[in-house]
Design a protein around this ligand. Structure first.
Ligand code: ACM
Ligand code: ZN
Length: 703
């Protein structure tokens, strides 16, 4: 006698009555009934692939039968497994597909190696209609083959919306025949090391993915970003931007000031042409226009945008944004499509028939509700496990203030700045299983971790790298060791079966937890799983600094939130990266500051420099100027120079600027001093208008 455990279904069905006895799968030979062809074939091939079903079936014994039952609703279904027959009741093809996914998960092998379905009666229907996912294919590119594998997993979890984020600053990923440069130029970027990165989908490939998803019950919702997040389009066609100047496809992340010029009619012709070509590729009744993070600084300075505002009687640039959204909405309506936008589309007033995707928090959701808009809630899956442990995903609730009014469902966006096809499994599994259960069942069962385990094991076998605990995929830290005057790299791999390789100049090797670096240069670290890289190399740059390990005095002391080394942070050789929170940058909010370096003995200097960061969206602005002084005794000081810069505050960054004081003739000095003058209050267009800006510095390099 075989004992039958509760099957490990995810998501857990609404009602599930397990009976004693089984239906042996080798007896399935006929999958029949009205409309059964599509899903029946899929179920059969899946069972064959799993060896649950013999390849050629001579013995026609029993059958899986589909019955149309209108009482099951739009997506619901019932499954009845009896000793000698299996019945699926559903009102729609979608319901039958959902039943199929449950049957796939129900198939189990007993201790004698025989596949069976347990005798059950399942009655099931979803809690939310919009069980969405979103993938950013712009920051990193994902192949069509990858997307199919991804869609397979989403379908198995009864997720039914794939929101495809197809355009952004760092790329335009969809072919538009009338504007070939969108992909010949806009789909590619030249990385810092000179390599080219990119890719795009032809219209045929888009159709292929849409059809593949549809066959699995998933609707593809395209997103084309208007009127911001469009640097790649402007790089392809500079006349789309207010300034009409040539810009590169950016290689850094963030929010960019160059947005579409909505004042000129030529831009609107472009918008309509793009929608004319792309809308027909997607049968979904919705179209996502982005609408998020639109800086207004170009519109403020653009005669065409200002003329548009006067002509349309728009009181400010927020009203111009609202006018743009409304025009897009009206145009999409002529094509039978309903507009979706990120919650910034509420800015300046929004038509109540638009759908708002809420991402900035509950306050925006309340605004959408008060305005009468339907909404999609979000939980961002690109967050590190430290910021989004699995318990937080379990606790995610799409309701707003405990109220379901206006809530279609949710999405779990994956932004791909730090993620690509190699590492995505780490971020989305097992989060996706937990999320799918919440969206389908309305709650998450206490045994969810146990039930996801077999699915996770199968995904790992298929090559997905998955977080087995709330750990980062890979973390590395580097610190200066003042004793031996060298550097220690410590690393934490997210799994025991991972390691990392290192490369510096001509030398290389592998390690799992720590590494000593003896000399300046650029070190490249690549974490691996099963011998394969799981992400691009991490670069650590160590400067050749005459002041290495020198004593530093900083007035006032920097914010404790940033730099990690209170003694040698500005003289440790380690150069801050493009990320202000990398532990290497030091930050001050507001004041001018003085950094004094004591090298312990008089040296011969050929120049001094200090690196500063600008990332305007994070309130970080280059200092106005830096004055350099030197001294032999720390009492009498000689001014070397005051270095200024030409970088406008409109340059969003992140960018690093070197303030340099060259010595025309070699200088003898023991002490070096840099005085950094804060640039002052943030300008009127900034979110933090009239507030202080930050100065970020690292490091003081003496040659
Ligand atoms: C977004 O995260 N900018 C929608
Ligand atoms: Zn303009």
């Amino acid at each position: 006698m075989v004992l039958f455990a509760q099957p490990a279904l995810v998501p857990w069905p609404t009602a599930n009555e397990l009976k004693e006895g089984t239906f042996p799968l080798k007896q399935v030979s006929v999958i029949e009934g009205e409309g059964a062809q599509g899903w029946g074939r899929m179920l059969r091939s899946d069972l064959v692939a799993n060896d649950a079903l013999a390849r050629n079936q001579d013995e026609i014994l029993h059958s899986v039968r589909f019955q149309r039952d209108t009482a099951q609703g739009e997506e619901g279904y019932a499954i009845t497994v009896e000793k000698d027959k299996v019945t699926i009741d559903a009102a729609t093809r979608q319901g039958a597909l959902n039943a199929t996914q449950t049957l796939r998960q129900l198939a189990a092998k007993d201790s004698t190696g025989t596949w069976y379905w347990p005798m059950v009666h399942i009655q099931d229907a979803p809690a939310f209609a919009w069980r969405g996912t979103m993938l950013d294919v712009c920051r990193h590119f994902y192949s069509v083959d990858f997307l199919k594998r991804y869609l397979d997993v989403l379908a198995s979890l009864k997720l039914n919306i794939f929101h495809w984020h197809l355009t952004d600053d760092q790329s335009w990923r969809v072919e538009v025949k009338k504007y070939p440069r969108l992909t010949s130029v806009g789909a590619w970027r030249t990385e810092a090391d000179g390599s080219r990165y990119g890719g795009f989908y032809t219209q045929d490939q888009i159709k292929e993915v849409v059809a593949y998803a549809a066959a699995r019950g998933i609707t593809v919702v395209p997103e084309i970003e208007f009127p911001g997040h469009c640097s790649a389009a402007i790089a392809a066609y500079p006349w789309l931007g207010c300034r009409q100047d040539t810009i590169p496809v950016p290689i850094t992340w963030g929010v960019f000031n160059d947005v579409y010029c909505v004042g000129r009619d030529s831009t609107w012709t472009f918008f309509r042409d793009v929608l004319d070509e792309l809308v027909p590729l997607f049968p979904a009744p919705w179209f996502h226009i982005g609408g998020d993070e639109v800086p207004k600084v170009r519109w403020q300075a653009c005669p065409d945008c200002q003329a548009r505002m006067r002509k349309e009687d728009l009181k400010d640039e927020h009203a111009l944004q609202a006018w743009t959204v409304k025009r897009l909405q009206d145009y999409l309506a002529t094509k039978g499509k309903r507009l979706i936008g990120w919650d910034e589309v509420l800015e300046g007033g929004l038509d109540s028939t638009a759908i708002v995707e809420v991402w900035r928090g509950d306050e925006q959701g309340r605004k959408a509700r008060a305005n009468g808009n339907a909404m999609i809630r979000t939980i961002y899956f690109d967050a590190s496990p430290a910021n989004l442990p699995l318990d937080k995903v379990i606790a995610f609730d799409p309701l707003l203030d405990g109220d379901a009014r206006g809530i279609l469902g949710a999405e779990c966006p994956v932004w791909s700045e730090g993620i690509d096809a190699r590492s995505i499994g780490w971020y989305v599994f097992p989060r996706m299983q937990v999320y799918a259960e919440r969206m389908w069942s309305g709650k998450v069962g206490e045994d969810i971790r146990k039930r996801t385990a077999p699915q996770i094991a199968r995904l790992e076998q298929q090559g997905w790298i998955i977080a087995t605990a709330d750990k980062d995929l890979f973390r590395s830290e580097v610190s200066f060791d003042p004793g031996p005057r060298n550097w220690l790299v410590t690393a934490q791999c997210g799994r025991k079966d991972m390691d990392a390789t290192w490369r510096m100049d001509q030398r290389s090797g592998s390690f799992t937890d720590s590494l000593r670096v003896e000399a300046p240069g650029t070190l490249l670290l690549t974490p691996r799983w099963k011998g394969e890289a799981v992400r691009d190399p991490i670069a650590i740059t160590i400067a050749d600094n005459l002041a290495l390990g020198a004593k530093e005095t900083i007035e006032p002391t920097p914010s404790p939130k940033y730099g990690h080394d209170p003694e040698h942070g500005l003289t440790d050789g380690l150069l801050g990266t493009n990320s202000y929170s990398d532990g290497l940058w030091y930050g001050w909010w507001g004041p001018d500051l003085t950094i004094t370096i004591d090298m312990d003995s008089v040296r011969t200097l050929h120049g001094i420099s200090i690196r500063c960061l600008q990332q305007v969206g994070a309130w970080i602005v280059l200092p106005k100027s830096v004055s350099f002084e030197t001294s032999r005794d720390g009492k009498a000081w000689t001014t070397l120079t005051t270095a200024t810069h030409q970088v406008p505050i409109e340059e969003a960054g992140p960018l690093v600027h070197d303030f340099i004081a060259p010595a025309r003739t070699p200088i003898k000095a023991r002490y070096v001093r840099a005085v950094l003058h804060n640039s002052g209050k943030l300008p009127a267009w900034h979110l933090g208008a009239d507030g202080n800006s930050w100065v970020f510095a690292d490091e003081v390099v003496v040659r």
